[in-house]
Design a binder for this molecule. Structure first.
Ligand SMILES: [Fe+2]
Length: 171
């Protein structure tokens, strides 16, 4: 197979979009397992909401590819598979529901921060190249990822205040 030489900001931008497209797809596959295993109702519904948002983010990337006159394409990203593998590992451990919820929140925040970094770069590059419409679309997703991260932080604080988690704090 002929290997491509990436030679312009456009080329690396496209590669970044293809990575993000893969990342969103993998998260869509992983979230149902996290929803199933979360116990705290607000966490469960938070993951459910984020699954719907993530599906929209994937579609938004398809619109970005359209804007560029490119086909929606994925490149397989090892890092997101590693982060999701860590979630699977956590879910295999013997944990109380409270400990599992706290671990799921922490794992989800790793993924959010990873996405925030990726979209931050993509947005900066879109702005650099003067792709204003695309920049607006990427900004929208970036805002959603930041919102999801903040929601997780609030949930972590709430969960820690729940009586059920007190034994964990005191242990
Ligand atoms: Fe996302």
């Amino acid at each position: 197979m002929k290997s491509q030489t990436y030679s312009s900001l456009h080329d690396v931008f496209l590669l970044k979009l293809q990575s993000l497209y893969d990342i969103e797809s993998e998260i869509i596959k992983a979230l149902p397992k996290m929803i199933k295993r979360a116990t705290y109702p607000e966490l469960k519904s938070g993951f459910e909401d984020h699954l719907e948002v993530t599906k929209m983010q994937k579609e938004r990337l398809e619109d970005v590819f359209d804007e560029l006159g490119e086909k929606s394409k994925k490149v397989s990203v090892d890092a997101i598979r590693g982060l999701i593998k860590d979630v699977s590992w956590l879910l295999q451990q013997k944990m109380t529901p409270e400990a599992r919820d706290a671990s799921l929140i922490a794992a989800a925040q790793y993924i959010e921060h990873y996405e925030i970094a990726g979209y931050g770069t993509a947005l900066a590059w879109a702005e650099e190249m003067g792709h204003d419409t695309i920049a607006d679309m990427l900004q929208e997703t970036l805002d959603e990822e930041r919102q999801a991260d903040e929601t997780l932080t609030v949930l972590a604080e709430h969960a820690m205040n729940e009586k059920a988690l007190q034994p964990m704090i005191n242990d």
